[in-house]
Design a protein around this ligand. Structure first.
Ligand code: SAH
Length: 226
């Protein structure tokens, strides 16, 4: 990344437009919108796609993966509402963009990614931004990150055939998780909430398309490619 990329003013106007677009999609939670103003999305993406960095669209980041659509991430944040005392587990670091947004809102973020190169790139961008409250792990997120449980918030950014039970187990009392559940082609976004021993599951959004969650308690890697 060029040394001045972080403060590149060409991108400020695009960022404001993106925020307007997110508002246009019905997300008007001010805290969430402010976060989108604070994180330069382009530094989390390969330089070749920088001209598209502030489109409200999924963007390819290599290794058959995409950075999720910003308005969908805004939706995640507005529902999960991570607070400054919260411990967050993210499954699917990908570009690290959502990781940075979460890190600004929460106390600590623990993020698991199965593709080592993506995790390394995300670390570099987070360092460039000066984000210090994020721990990254390369591994299978379908088993969670037991060492740091329980979590107040769990964010799953890849589609799963079912809800991995380890993730529900690692949710703390009062904890909430969003996870896309369904087929390889189309999923519903499910909000899982835990209060004491009571666990509720509610579909909060239909017809989403995420990249597949590949791991022990989701799809196997060789089932994934069409
Ligand atoms: N929020 C990210 C989304 C990236 S796409 C972003 O906006 O950039 C989902 C990511 O989940 C991909 O990087 C993929 O490699 C990762 N992934 C898929 N299965 C996984 C698993 N079992 N454990 C951890 N990461 C996984």
């Amino acid at each position: 990344m060029a040394p001045d990329a972080l403060s590149d003013h060409r991108f400020v106007g695009y960022r404001r437009k993106l925020i307007e677009e997110i508002r246009g999609r019905g997300i008007d939670d001010l805290v969430t919108l402010q976060m989108f103003d604070r994180v330069p999305r382009h530094i989390f993406l390969p330089e070749g796609v920088w001209p598209r960095a502030y489109e409200d669209a999924p963007i390819p980041i290599g290794f058959n993966q995409t950075a999720s659509q910003p308005s969908l991430q805004a939706y995640y944040l507005s529902i999960l509402n991570p607070g400054s005392d919260d411990k967050v587990l993210e499954i699917g670091t990908g570009s690290g963009y959502l990781t940075a947004l979460l890190a600004l809102m929460a106390d600590r973020v623990y993020s698991v990614e199965r593709v080592r190169e993506l995790s390394q790139r995300a670390r570099k961008a987070l360092d460039d931004m000066g984000v210090k409250n994020v721990a990254l792990l390369v591994g299978d997120g379908t088993i969670g990150w037991r060492k740091y449980q329980p979590f107040d918030v769990i964010v799953v950014s890849a589609a799963s055939p079912s809800i991995p039970s380890a993730l529900v187990d690692q949710l703390g009392d009062g904890g909430r998780m969003l996870i896309p559940v369904g087929s390889r082609e189309s999923q519903e976004l499910v909000l899982v909430q835990k209060t004491g021993f009571l666990v509720t599951e509610d579909v909060v959004k239909g017809e989403c398309t995420f990249v597949p969650l590949l791991g022990r308690f989701a799809w196997k890697a060789d089932e994934a490619s069409p």
